[in-house]
Design a protein around this ligand. Structure first.
Ligand code: C2O
Ligand code: CU
Length: 480
């Protein structure tokens, strides 16, 4: 189905607002480019992966999880040759990047899906430095191992830290035999009747691999759901090695499909320097929560010894994702250790304000859209303004306008709302203007964000709980 009024890829009539419009090419030509090209190849295929003593059958980029990191400088042109060796169509979406619309990877909206056995060449300028990631934008493919970091460096920032580590979080909801597609089918059939949905993430524990099996019944499989840090289970944790006194920039990415994480490093405070890739005035905290699709960069000054790196699934009883920071001797912390930092000073959005160079000037909105976020049909659907993806009128905006989105969560679950192709400014926190592309809207909370209509095309706005998105909680902004 299509969004009424939107121009879809593959339709015959070329449209002035379609993804391949001259406006898209013009906007790309106006981006500042270094003229340097970064070339990569990416194979998207079924894979057998070792999560640290446990082997799983899944789908992955180049047979690794996380997939291979892509790193470039701001202004570089990225060329990625993608080969789809999956049995299903796929695409790649470059999460958080304000790129040209026809490279955004949304099937039906910005490109035709890449069919099994086919290739697609992504190529675009990287306009802003920061911590990003990439993943397919088809069904629940993100909830396999199909995700990888995209790091866009700013050469001007290199003196602010001594070294860095990228830490990617993921929920492994599919126990052996349970594919994300099975989980989606079960949600479509049974909605929230499976129980366990409270304030935080959705419980998917204890489900039988057989979709006909009775719901809410614990299989007794204690290993799943599990949580991964850089593709490793806590039983075989990843180690960040360093030396005492070094300033380490941790680039944190929540690639989980259904889990928000509370993150801490035992014995260390976190100086938050970037939110969703954009710089903030530094704030020191002990812990922070990353909703699905959110990123934070934090700097720590390494202590002497071995310290736990822990990410606890918010609102779930599951075991945490964990790793080790090792700068000297000391016993490796056991995987179930919970540093007291997790209970100390926690970051809130209100603590953060943008640095001057990324502050969106204050201005009254030219146009406002309201998005009411609700459950439908007992959780078999997740709706925006009472309708599912494909049923909405597009949310329009015009070149140069300031557009305000009011996100009203009328449910009891988190909705990490993500806007493609733009970094908005949070408008309702005493005008602080925090720049982000994904914001975790808490149960029954309303958040207002402003964006500048400066990137022509058709852009998704959706919940980054990938199951909510697939069950309808997506719509599109159309730049006319
Ligand atoms: Cu990371 Cu539309 O998604
Ligand atoms: Cu949601």
């Amino acid at each position: 189905g299509g969004l009424a009024g939107l121009q879809f890829v593959g339709e015959d009539t070329p449209s002035p607002i379609g993804p391949r419009s001259p406006a898209v090419a013009q906007a790309e030509a106006a981006r500042t480019s270094t003229g340097r090209a970064v070339q990569r190849r990416l194979r998207v295929a079924p894979a057998t992966l070792d999560l640290g003593g446990t082997t799983v059958q899944t789908w992955a980029f180049d047979e690794t999880v996380p997939g291979p990191e892509i790193r470039a400088n701001v202004g570089d042109e990225l060329h990625v040759h993608v080969r789809n060796s999956l049995p299903d169509p796929t695409t790649i979406h470059w999460h958080g990047v304000a790129l040209r619309n026809d490279m955004d990877g949304v099937p039906g909206l910005t490109q035709a899906a890449v069919e099994p056995g086919s290739v697609f060449d992504y190529s675009f300028v990287l306009p802003h430095p920061g911590t990003y990631f990439f993943h397919p934008h088809v069904g629940v493919q993100l909830d396999t191992a199909l995700y990888a970091p995209l790091i866009v460096e700013d050469p001007a920032e290199s003196g602010n830290y001594d070294e860095e580590a990228v830490l990617v979080l993921d929920d492994w909801t599919d126990g052996l035999g349970d594919s994300p597609t099975d989980v989606l089918a079960m949600l479509k059939r049974n909605g929230m009747e499976m129980g366990g949905m409270e304030m935080g993430g959705m419980e998917m524990g204890g489900m039988e691999a057989d979709p006909e099996a009775p719901l809410g019944e614990d299989t007794g499989d204690v290993a799943y759901p599990a949580h991964l840090l850089n593709g490793r289970l806590p039983s075989a944790p990843v180690t960040v090695g360093s030396r005492p006194g070094r300033r380490i920039r941790l680039r944190l990415i929540n690639a989980g499909s259904d889990t928000a994480y509370r993150f801490a490093v035992g014995g260390h405070r976190l100086t938050v320097t970037h939110a969703d890739g954009f710089p903030v005035r530094p704030v020191e905290v002990d812990t922070l929560i990353l909703g699905m699709g959110e990123r934070y960069d934090v700097v720590i000054t390494a202590g002497d010894g071995s310290f736990p790196i822990v990410a606890v699934p918010e609102g779930k009883p599951d075991p945490a994702a964990s790793g080790v920071l090792r700068t000297g001797s000391g016993t490796v912390p056991p995987p179930d250790v919970r540093p007291t930092e997790l209970e100390r000073r926690m970051l809130s959005y209100a603590d953060l304000s943008p640095t001057d160079d990324v502050t969106l000037d204050r201005r009254a909105p030219d146009r406002e859209h309201e998005l009411s976020l609700q459950m439908g049909d007992g959780g078999r659907q997740w709706l925006i303004n009472g309708a599912s993806y494909g049923e909405h009128e597009p949310l329009d905006m015009r070149a140069g306008e300031r557009v305000r989105l009011t996100l009203r969560n009328r449910s009891m679950m988190f909705h990490p709302m993500h806007v493609h192709g733009h970094t908005f400014a949070v408008a309702d926190r005493a005008g602080r203007g925090l720049r982000k592309d994904t914001i975790n809207v808490l149960p029954m909370q309303t958040v207002t964000v402003d964006l500048e209509a400066d990137n022509p095309g058709q852009w998704l706005v959706h919940c980054h709980n990938i199951y909510h998105g697939e069950l309808g909680m997506m719509t599109a902004l159309s730049y006319v």
